[in-house]
Design a protein. Structure first.
Length: 74
């Protein structure tokens, strides 16, 4: 891998989270859900209603807060 590509991979604007194999099995249930399914959670930043998918895959945030945090230049 070229040095430039390595730097781009770790540049600002990416989110990764490590999970156990047991947590992964639980979270995979919500991976393909739509953004408006199981709206039983609240954004940890602004408290807006969020889906099970956002809770599991977007760091517990609504799309707006998630994008502001992880994609500030997007």
């Amino acid at each position: 891998m070229k040095k430039k590509n390595q730097d781009e991979f770790w540049s600002e604007g990416y989110f990764a989270q490590s999970v156990s194999s047991e947590d992964m099995k639980i979270k995979m249930r919500t991976f393909h859900m739509k953004h408006d399914e199981e709206m039983d959670f609240n954004c940890k930043n602004c408290k807006a209603k969020i889906s099970a998918h956002n809770n599991d895959w977007h760091d517990g945030m609504c799309d707006n807060c998630y994008n502001k945090k992880y994609y500030p230049n997007g």
